[in-house]
Design a protein around this ligand. Structure first.
Ligand SMILES: [Zn+2]
Length: 48
């Protein structure tokens, strides 16, 4: 089972990416990705 998650920019909180992850993984994802709003790479966290 996989579920869809949203990755939110930690700085401006815009929802820039979606990702798939295994439902059994309980840890929140946190990845460095480019944010169009911040115009730079920021930490993106899984929402909810
Ligand atoms: Zn941002």
């Amino acid at each position: 089972m996989r579920k869809r998650i949203r990755l939110i920019c930690e700085v401006c909180l815009s929802r820039n990416y979606t990702a798939m992850k295994h439902a059994h993984e309980k840890e929140r994802m946190s990845v460095k990705k480019y944010c169009n709003r911040c115009k730079k790479h920021t930490v993106h966290k899984e929402s909810k």
